[in-house]
Write a protein that binds this ligand. Structure first.
Ligand code: FUL
Ligand code: CA
Length: 485
């Protein structure tokens, strides 16, 4: 009797200890493996370069002769090294824009680089970019415009086969692709093999998107798919490069009419700026913008390049709201990044690099309730997004106080959620101790993959964070930084 009581007690003890160290249960919709990898990229480049660069246009009509494409001095290696040295982790190339000109020698059409004088028609710009990215250890992605103003078959079912074959070529012959970018601009007037007319398509049915995306899944299972409605990444809903606060990683796209149908180019796109709290899909925001007013290079815009300060401001409003920053840098007719763009990019890269060099919270003493040893608050300071601090299940509100080793100056606070367990937090405040009084430094609702609070430079030795969620708390990283702008 006595012995079995002992065993029973031990058993209960074991179960309760074990319970304590079980990870928190996941909350809501979770990111996929490929989305998790994408979240770690944060900042990468977009290259818009094609016949438009030579005609000074943003949208080519589709009747431009391939002869026009002849960059005098294109050097993918040099281009990619500039992007890499400026802190980018990947590059997406417009392999075909709306005018239909293919930057690779596609077998699906005559309207390709093969017909251009560049490298005597033997060139393949997609190959050069893919190889350079590989060499410099940047991920490579492709943009293939669904709208094709050159193709005679555009608007008929035959074009869908052509389009999918183009996709197949790009996804089969150029190594690993990290992202496939589908834009929503679709249908209208164009050359269409000489017809020169307006062609309208039904955006919700024409491309049969689920099946088109399936091609991506088959050929590049690791690639994330971007469009106005995902399925992996959503357009943020503006081309200005910022999200709105709060910005949720989850999203439920809304139709433009009572049919409930959504498609790229057929969605209430402004809703992408905030996303949807507890939305139906994990579909984080990618925020695209050009370093210049246009997506393509125009001589007249050489004086209108965004400054490093403007780029940093955008970074706070995209990466700092849990999205990713897709910054377009269009090469000129030589194939070069213009010197003003390059200088701005590099200076912005240095701001980020200097800022992240040292986490000023390192070595802080943290008082916070915790779920157990594996979830200790110190996991916030180990520079490892795979370890996290968590509270016990019933602690859905928590307060954490950080004592820094000394009084420290900073102007950026970074908080990251352990998103493997979903987007949990729906309210937070950050306060700093100024002469013994708590003063608000920042507050908000969403955190997600990263939240950056950029404010006045303060000097303090104590920080207090308060968090609220419908479930227990799980944060992976915390940082204090000084950005010199
Ligand atoms: C849009 C296009 O219409 C623009 O020309 C540009 O390529 C932008 C990134 O996507 O849909
Ligand atoms: Ca960690």
């Amino acid at each position: 009797m006595k012995k079995s009581f002992f065993i029973l007690t031990l058993g209960i003890l074991f179960i309760s200890c074990n319970n304590e160290i079980l990870p928190p249960e996941a909350y809501g919709i979770l990111p996929s493996e490929r989305q998790l990898k994408w979240h770690e990229l944060e900042y990468y480049g977009f290259i818009h370069f094609t016949i438009n660069t030579f005609t000074d246009k943003e949208w080519g009509y589709g009747d431009e002769v391939p002869d026009l494409f002849n960059p005098s001095d294109f050097d993918a290696d040099k281009l990619v090294s500039i992007l890499k040295e400026s802190g980018m982790k990947a590059v997406i190339l417009t392999c075909k824009h709306h005018d239909g000109f293919c930057l690779w020698p596609s077998n699906t059409t005559e309207h390709t680089i093969r017909k251009s004088p560049w490298h005597n028609g033997k060139g393949d710009l997609v190959r050069e970019m893919a190889d350079a990215c590989k060499k410099h250890d940047l991920k490579f992605g492709v943009y293939l415009s669904p709208w094709d103003r050159n193709n005679a078959a555009y608007g008929t079912p035959a074009y869908i086969d052509i389009y999918r074959n183009q996709l197949r070529e790009l996804l089969s012959n150029y190594g690993e692709i990290f992202e496939v970018w589908f834009d929503g601009a679709n249908g209208g007037d164009g050359y269409y093999g000489g017809a020169r007319e307006t062609r309208k398509i039904d955006r919700t049915t024409y491309y049969d998107w689920p099946n088109t995306w399936q091609t991506v899944r088959e050929l590049q299972p690791g690639a994330v798919i971007f469009s106005d409605i995902g399925p992996d990444l959503r357009w943020v809903g503006n081309e200005k490069g910022y999200a709105l606060d709060p910005c949720w990683a989850t999203y439920t796209p809304q139709s433009l009419d009572s049919s409930g149908l959504v498609a790229p180019g057929y969605v209430q796109d402004k809703l992408g700026q905030n996303g949807t709290r507890n939305g139906e899909y994990w579909m984080p925001a990618e925020c695209d913008v050009s370093i210049r007013p246009g997506w393509f290079w125009h001589e007249s815009q050489n004086g209108k390049v965004k400054t490093p300060e403007q780029l940093f401001d955008l970074y706070i409003r995209n990466v700092g709201l849990g999205g990713n920053f897709l910054l377009n840098v269009p090469p000129n007719r030589h194939g070069h990044i213009h010197e003003t763009d390059e200088a701005s990019l590099r200076a912005f890269g240095r701001i980020l690099q200097n800022m992240y060099t040292k986490n000023l919270a390192e070595g802080a003493k943290i008082s916070a309730p915790s779920r157990g040893k594996a979830y200790k608050p110190e996991n916030l300071l180990d520079n490892d997004p795979a370890t996290y601090w968590a509270t016990v299940d019933k602690s859905t509100q928590a307060e954490l106080i950080m004592e820094l080793p000394q009084t420290t100056e900073f102007n950026v606070v970074s908080i990251r959620e352990y998103i493997l367990l979903g987007q949990r937090i729906d309210k937070f405040t950050v306060e700093v101790d100024i002469n013994g009084e708590w003063q608000l430094y920042g507050k908000g609702e969403s955190i997600g993959a990263r939240r950056l609070i950029y404010g006045e430079t303060v000097s303090t030795a104590r920080i207090r964070i308060k968090l609220e969620a419908p479930v227990c708390i799980a944060l992976s990283e915390f940082g204090l930084y000084e950005a010199s702008i």
